[in-house]
Design a protein around this ligand. Sequence first.
Ligand code: TYD
Ligand code: MG
Length: 460
Amino acid sequence: MSRDKDTKTVYVCRLCGQTSAKWLGRCPGCGEWHTLVDEPVDTLVRKGRSLLSASQSAPLPLLEVSTDVDEARIFIGMNEMDRVLGGGLVPGSLVLLAGEPGIGKSTLLLQILCHLASNQKKILYVSGEESLAQIRMRSERLGKIPESLWVACESELDRIIEIVKEQSPSVLAVDSIQTMFCGEILSAPGSVAQVREATARLMQLAKSKGIPTILVGHVTKEGAIAGPRVLEHLVDTVLYFEGDRSHTFRLLRTVKNRYGPTHEIGVFEMTEAGLKQVPNPSEVFLGQRPKAVPGSVIVPCMEGTRPILVEIQALVSPSHLAMPRRTSTGIDSSRLALLIAVAERHLGVALFDRDIFINVVGGLKISEPASELAVIMAMVSSLRDVPLNMDTAVFGEVGLTGEVRAVGRTELRLNEAARLGLKRCIIPQAGSHRLKFSDSLEILPVKRIDEAVAAMSKVS
Ligand code: TYD
Ligand code: MG
């Protein structure tokens, strides 16, 4: 296949897959700079072909379609994993495990496969990144190596498909999709066209044979590697493995799931012997909390279906800069700017000449509005140098007019706070009279942020 004058070139963003007829410095899809690369068109049109096998394409009445997906699910035997997947692997599904290089994807994958293989299922692990000896050495660190775990070092896709047809494993894992290579495509492994084609072929294989397939995908901003976002629409489930490299905690987050809920998270800790599941994240995140100190507030956040207590810390100190510093880790900085403005306006506190630092302890990222009241309380507590009582949790969304708005799942949050031995909780008043909650927890409902701050001084 050569590029003759009939073969046109289009420009594809290697992060989000957006196409453009001409080269642009900035991707119109995701807004990133210098991510458009040229791809010959003839490799792209192929992605339109059917990914399902012929036997599945005959129409039939919807009522007659069988829904025995749940019965056929393959349980991994790791609670954190099974929950994130929505109850185990679905036959024929394609799961993308994405994350930055070095975050622990291969380690997690190997542990998943070891668990699966210990149930006497034949598992095939195809690696295009590591040698067989490296895989063996790594699995020795992780524990006993099950007999039915098979490995192959291969990056040629046709060969992988042959191997799978010969071996017919119960589960297939490919590490990583960016190293896979289809002979018919001109571009280098890791390019958008290669990654897409490799995924489409593996998809076809998974669907036609009913083999659940786990793909590892690297997330990179720089370099010539196509990111997993190019594939998100192709696969059934997208899991992001993330965490702060300087912390040992790792979160596995469901971004897309055709067979279960999204926004579910699994919590792991990286140890000497691989990843350890953390069934009780609140205890771990609150574990290193010092005695009551100014600027520290506990908030029960929902991560998927699970409440997790996290500590938000604020440091507000006089600034010597013309433009005071505003730094936030774990919370969106524009949201912080908004909360600072609300606090200045409706609490009458002066923050314009203060440096403000916000940190969510443990490397967690919180995007829930329920944490907003806690951020304001932490700032006020630090500014006034008054600690909030150790036994108090706070949650609620904050509106622009200083009102505290109701958030969902109040009971779950309160139960988690009570379970961890907290004594009281400042919550939004709206809807609080309807709460079916009869525990030892003292509830302090508030309507506005100034009431919340007043409640804080009462209990501190
Ligand atoms: P790895 O799974 O190779 O990352 P990825 O596949 O996402 O690129 O994990 C890399 C890091 O994990 C490496 O820096 C070492 C660390 N690690 C441990 O701390 N303990 C372990 O038991 C293992 C296997 C790895
Ligand atoms: Mg790896």
